[in-house]
Design a protein around this ligand. Structure first.
Ligand SMILES: *Cc1c(COP(=O)(O)O)cnc(C)c1O
Length: 466
């Protein structure tokens, strides 16, 4: 598989170059020249493979020229050493993606990326410097994924005061090869600073810079795996009963259960709580590869750039607004360029239905779903849940994509509710904390604060790394 830049189809680079460089030299994002397809034999046996086998089959076509099969097999086995259960709740499913070390779905991408970088750079002497901007969860997952990896230093930029205390400890509490910079500004400022660092002449001369945001293709591809796995499970009429992470105290109603289970055996409609749209793009890749996916609901908070684009055809990025689902506070989604490089507006509009949800509705949903089913949603999953409710009330209107859809609906549970205890607990009471989060809470924050200014960043990076 070769990769080209979204801005120049004549570039042609290996997976290794695309992953290690992060961004193309023209500022574009790397995309595969074509999205691979599962062979008919793999496709017909998706429903019988386990998660690790599915991970291998999904990722292999993207990387096989650079990563031998035996190495890839070990990588997926050690990266994905936690479950991704498809859990029945009321009339739908929640695909719980928060059982990894930082309790957010970004562990899937970050853990695979760290392992692939370590392998791809096995013969390099010069230290690689990963620069990553985060609105909350990326930083923690990347820091955790790369912590202790030799030959690689990581610096995470996060918007000061706009991440939760736990997120800040996950980002800035590790030390070692991981440094943290608190930027006096928004996530968009952090992202802008990272982008300008990459094209800064002195920095690029002195540091061997790479990115780790969801723009990195090595983070995107592994995120396709759970879409393949969950859709294959539901298509073969099954789901997991073993999601234990959040309390489910009361049973769900018989009627709702029958509705939900009657939908199994068909292609799945996924609802994806979205910010930079890396997760949703990974879902589009999984669908294009041949996974049994009917389409997508794109759920955002008030940062509704993409739902508006899907409704109107006009793309109008804008500054981000702070919300309680802060990992989705993105006004100019970085993967939009990738989505539109692969698919036209017409194609996207038929395959993705966009909804946006404000903080008030998000809180109402957390309280209501807990009341009716005992299930605790985090604010991001709750945006997704609410978007499904909105879609259900609009869905019979024939102007909408998926009118009359009768298959299973799965909301992606992108973070554990204990990560957002300050929002969730006033609504539902105490939320049990998983051990990985309890450990992180005990760490001390060590970060440098800078103003949202490229020169301040350059100076800090050169001091940190000299
Ligand atoms: C990052 C994140 C999102 C948004 O994912 P994108 O790939 O940026 O669209 C949603 N929920 C949580 C909890 C996240 O950490």
């Amino acid at each position: 598989m070769k990769y080209y830049s979204t801005r120049d189809r004549s570039t042609s680079v290996s997976f290794s170059a695309a992953a290690l460089n992060g961004l193309a030299s023209d500022g574009g994002l790397f995309i595969p020249q074509e999205i691979p397809q599962f062979s008919p034999s793999v496709r017909s046996s998706l429903g019988t493979m386990n998660f690790i086998e599915l991970a291998f089959e999904t990722i292999r076509p993207y990387v096989h020229e650079d990563i031998p099969d035996s190495v890839l097999g070990d990588m997926v086995e050690s990266a994905f050493n936690f479950p991704a259960p498809l859990v029945p709740v009321d009339d739908r499913f929640v695909l719980e993606l928060f059982h990894g070390p930082t309790a957010a779905f970004k562990d899937f991408g970050a853990r695979f990326m760290a392992r692939s970088f370590a392998y791809l750079r096995r013969n390099e002497d010069r230290e690689l410097h990963i620069l990553v901007a985060t609105s909350g969860d990326t930083g923690g997952a990347v820091a955790d994924g790369f912590f202790g990896v030799e030959g690689i230093a990581v610096t995470v930029l996060y918007p000061k005061g706009r991440v939760s205390p736990l997120q800040e400890r996950q980002i800035a509490g590790l030390g070692g090869n991981v440094s943290a910079i608190a930027v006096e500004g928004s996530f968009d400022d952090c992202q802008r600073l990272v982008k300008s660092a990459f094209v800064h002449p002195e920095l690029s001369r002195r540091l061997n810079l790479s990115s780790a945001n969801s723009i990195n293709i090595s983070r995107l591809v592994p995120q396709s795996v759970y879409y393949v796995a969950a859709s294959a499970l539901a298509k073969s009429g099954r789901y997991s009963q073993d999601g234990k992470a959040t309390p489910r105290m009361r049973g769900t109603g018989e009627g709702q259960r029958a509705v939900r289970d009657g939908r199994l055996g068909k292609d799945v409609l996924f609802c994806v709580p979205s910010g930079n749209f890396g997760n949703l793009t990974a879902g589009l890749y999984a669908q294009a590869m041949g996974a049994p996916i009917a389409g997508f609901i794109a759920a955002t908070n008030i940062n509704k750039t993409v739902p508006e684009y899907l409704a109107s055809g006009v793309y109008q990025p804008r500054p981000s607004v702070a919300t309680i689902s802060n990992a989705m506070d993105v006004g100019a989604p970085s993967n939009f360029e990738r989505m539109t490089a692969h698919w036209s507006y017409e194609e996207l509009r038929k395959n993705i239905h966009g909804f946006w949800v404000d903080d008030g509705k998000t809180k109402e949903t957390i309280a209501r779903v807990f009341d009716t089913s005992g299930y605790v949603l985090d604010p991001h999953g709750a945006v997704g849940w609410t978007a499904v409710d909105q879609w259900l009330s609009a869905k019979e209107d024939p102007v909408h994509p998926f009118a009359g859809f009768s298959g299973p609906v799965a909301v992606l549970g992108t973070a554990h509710p204990a990560k957002f205890a300050e929002t969730v607990e006033p609504l539902v009471g105490p939320v049990p904390v998983p051990p990985s989060l309890a450990e992180a809470m005990g760490r001390t924050v060590q970060s440098v604060t800078i103003r949202a200014d490229v020169e301040a960043l350059v100076e800090t990076l050169l001091t940190l790394r000299s």
